[in-house]
Design a protein around this ligand. Sequence first.
Ligand code: MEV
Length: 432
Amino acid sequence: MTAEALKAHLERPSSRIPGFYRLDVTDRHAELARRFDLSDEDLSVLRGLGSDGLSIADKMVENCVGVLSLPIGLGLNFRVNGKDYVVPMAVEEPSVVAAASNTARVIRASGGFDAAVRESLMIAQIQILDVEDRSRSRAALEEAEERILGAANQRHPNMVARGGGAKLLEVRLPDAEPDMIIVHLLVDCRDAMGANIVNDMAEGVASLIEQVSGGRVRLRILSNLADRRLASARCAIREELLERPGHPGSEVAAGVVEAYRFAAVDPYRAATHNKGVMNGIDAVGIATGNDWRGLEAGAHAFAARNGSYEPLTRWWRSEGRLFGEIELPMAVGTVGGSTRVHPTLRVLRKLLRAERAKELAMVMAAVGLAQNLGALSALAAEGIQRGHMSLHARSVALAAGVAEDRIDDVAAKLVRINQFSASAARRIADGE
Ligand code: MEV
């Protein structure tokens, strides 16, 4: 560990909280208050008290009539670039948080994740139509690059002062549309996701672009295929650590690679493989107030960038280790949007401690890789139903109206008899 990584590590609470899952929610809160310096007010926000959720919601969407809650679990054991992160995940599906935490523990024991963000540029698209001579218009647009970037940046002096703003202009000529030009403005949004800034810039330079190109501007909107804002993460796991009951680590590692090969050749499998990746990434996206539909759109478009739909991760073995990597668009922010509006998001930020957008993007890439490994190693060994259904059984019991103090007991019996219907839950609860 470098001196800098050691310092960062010492200053941050550990993401290892052994036995956290065995505590009840009140004790988990006490543990968090102690480790992360949460106030009583923070804890009441986590309990869903102390803030008027409905009146906040009413300011967020139209025709608001209610609020839908999601469970927030903590992804534990994450160590990314030598720093520990406790990762909030908002998700309704059982097993997602447990799988991420368990896999992150195994990866941590092999040195954690190495993650990176190379450049961080959002794309604003401007569609120009009725262009008579594309080569001439293209040359004129390229010639006017500084003027167009200047006009875009004039609208956002604060962003420019922070080192961001429109940096580059690219001109694209689609083969199938001979009178169309597409202009891309590449915008560094610093710690914002940047949708509003980018859309505003695209709209703001439209008339200048019409003048310069001689064409007619139609759409002016960001692209969710944020392939100039990619995040990547890697891990190298000692295979013996992958052992599962009845399955030695080397067998699990081989199974993971075989599962990856399946996804690499078959889009039907790749879609499910990537869904598993996004289980984790979306959950963090939601818990940090980011636009998870944008993340989804970017991830799947990127997966199809080579003309066929491919897995977002890659796995291979070498010298007793299982290697994995992920790379995908990660248009996320730590400022702006709803990130500061919602009181629960404010408390979750205190746990995650990722202040910069690039840092959050790297953590989310690591979560995607961990989530994928969790799914593939279970699929390659015992299958996912055993773990999944034992957690799902509690939801079944709850939905069947079983009293709260009987839920664990009824769920355990459902698992034992391998039946997961509401009627089975009610029969057990009634002692039949
Ligand atoms: C379920 O939500 C996700 C998985 O189907 C992912 C996968 O198959 O890789 C388990």
